[in-house]
Design a binder for this molecule. Structure first.
Ligand code: ACM
Length: 548
């Protein structure tokens, strides 16, 4: 019975006895404030069912079909779905809630409702009689896509937004820049994409691998591509948070504009977009000129990612992770800057750099978010932290009154291997199985009640060093993102008490939905032959993976 296979698990389900038939006479009524959801649902249902789904002007004209309505008392993102003799009614506390309810309706229709054309013209479509009452546990339910290491063309990003919406996820964190590629068109600095958006060749496997792909790799989003992505996300009530990673992870930008680097230490004019993986010593020069340059980048970025496109749209991610200070220590310019600013050391210099953009963004009504290294040296009040080096950064940040997104690498880095077996493609880091992710708890037990409220939510991070195409991204991301969606949305018991066998049972139906959506997930029995990468080295290269 499909009501019991809903994912993420709803708060409350009361099954009924009969079912609601949906036929060529069923219409769709979208009440005031739900018109956009109505357009989305109408398009999805018309495509999958082949039925006409006339738009009714009055609820009474829905003909036992589907009615959408706002019911503000339900609260943000909450919904109630009732399927009974009168048809299907989806009410949401806001339009986002109606959309989540519409996604639940799609699950109730069965896996074929996720296809883009009907596979059988003569089949009957029914919705079981049921009442579902539901609301999210966390406000921030995210996915970070690294489109810098391997570019994901625009179509792929739009597809991921659809996949996120199907799992009630609502924040796409787009990692747009790194040593290996710059992916966003900036009009005033054309070389960022002319030079910075492609590399001549690429390391196959992790750093220790001797293999190279000698084909150039590249691509970038035009400004209109990004406007389209933001608008497509907004239709699905997903906020897109762009990341421009500074002052480390910047070799692609330095290759395009050598004056951005520490040219008194290395010949930055000789640098190219990086073709291998790891932590890179070529970081930005900590100068006023560099700040002015990135203000120019951010001015264009703020226009592309307007603050009112979603609840988390005011956020801009500034990176701040893994900035190696060797060049700053060797640089006369950096030492002079430390003296001029009266700073203690290179760490304080990084804090000055990040602090500048914290203020700069705040003055423009925006909020800075960065990786937990931005805590070093103290943070301005409005800044938020992505806690990736375990829980510790998030705990420190919450205690200091900062908002936190929990994404510890030991738990929810989906580039890490999902099984200890020898067939996992290019195995990286920790073994994190579907069950491990299902038992991930975003809120550390040591936080007080007030500190807990600082945890906005959680996200999974998909770093793409060893994911060269959409199939590899799908394999690493699914099914584990499904477990993360339930962790983020559902009120689950403590990790040890979570019903993983029950989740697995619901996954049986959910794999059929993923099949209909064309997702190249990792099957529970292990990779298919073409999903393996025999002979391609991961990390660590030998010995067992690190224990969590
Ligand atoms: C990170 O994984 N360097 C944020």
């Amino acid at each position: 019975m499909v009501t019991t296979s809903l994912i993420p698990a709803p708060r409350h389900v009361v099954p009924g006895a009969g079912e609601t038939p949906l036929t060529a006479h069923s219409a769709l009524h979208a009440g005031p404030g739900t018109e956009d959801v109505g357009r989305w649902l109408g398009a999805a249902l018309r495509a999958a069912t082949g039925l006409p789904w006339r738009e009714a002007r009055e609820p009474a004209e829905a003909g036992g079909g589907v009615r959408l309505a706002l019911a503000p008392a339900l609260g943000a993102e909450a919904y109630r779905l009732v399927s009974d003799r009168t048809g299907v009614l989806v009410e949401g506390g806001d339009a986002a809630g109606v959309l989540h309810g519409a996604q639940t309706l799609r699950q109730l229709l069965g896996p074929d409702a996720f296809r883009r054309a009907p596979v059988r013209r003569d089949r009957a479509w029914t919705v079981p009689h049921t009442t579902v009452e539901d609301a999210p546990r966390f406000r921030w339910r995210g996915l970070m896509l690294d489109v810098a290491r391997h570019f994901m063309p625009k179509e792929g990003v739009l597809r991921y937004l659809d996949l996120m919406s199907a799992h009630k996820l609502n924040v796409l964190h787009l990692h747009l820049t790194d040593d290996q590629g710059w992916r966003v068109e900036i009009r005033r600095y054309p070389r960022l994409t002319e030079v910075g958006s492609w590399r001549a060749r690429t390391k196959i496997g992790h750093r220790a691998s001797p293999l190279w792909d000698e084909r150039p790799h590249g691509g970038h989003y035009t400004q209109d591509d990004l406007r389209e992505i933001v608008a497509y996300a907004a239709e699905r009530h997903i906020s897109v948070v762009p990341e421009i990673d500074v002052p480390g992870h910047s070799q692609a930008a330095i290759a395009a504009y050598p004056e951005l680097g520490n040219s008194d230490v290395v010949d930055t004019a000789a640098l190219t977009v990086w073709d291998t993986w790891g932590i890179n010593p070529n970081v930005l020069a900590p100068t006023e000129d560099t700040l002015r340059f990135y203000e120019g980048v951010l001015e264009e970025l703020l226009e592309l990612f307007p603050a009112d496109a979603g609840p988390f749209s005011p956020f801009v991610h500034i990176g701040g992770d893994e900035c190696v200070k060797d060049q700053w220590r060797a640089s006369r310019t950096a030492r002079e800057q430390i003296a001029k600013l009266g700073l203690a050391d290179e760490d304080a210099l990084q804090s000055w750099f990040i602090g500048h953009f914290d203020r700069w963004l705040a003055e423009r009504g925006r909020r800075l978010i960065g990786w937990d290294e931005i805590l070093q040296g103290g943070l301005a009040p409005g800044a938020a932290v992505s806690s990736w080096r375990g829980y510790a950064g998030g705990v420190t940040a919450a205690r200091a009154g900062h908002d936190v997104v929990m994404c510890p690498e030991q738990q929810v880095y989906l580039d890490h291997r999902q099984d200890a077996g020898p067939d996992e493609p290019v195995p990286i880091g920790y073994v994190r199985t579907l069950e491990d992710v299902y038992r991930f708890e975003p809120v550390p037990a040591e936080l007080t009640r007030e500190e807990r409220a600082r945890v906005l939510g959680t996200q999974a991070n998909v770093w793409t060093e060893v994911m060269e195409d959409q199939g590899r991204v799908d394999y690493q991301t699914f099914p584990r993102l499904v477990a993360l969606s339930e962790v983020a949305w559902s009120e689950l018991p403590a990790p040890a008490d979570r019903d993983f066998p029950g989740f697995e049972r619901r996954m049986t139906e959910h794999y059929r939905r993923l099949d209909a959506l064309g997702v190249a997930y990792r099957p529970p029995t292990g990779p298919r032959p073409w999903q393996r990468r025999p002979g391609v080295l991961g990390r660590p290269v030998d010995g067992p993976p690190p224990a969590v």
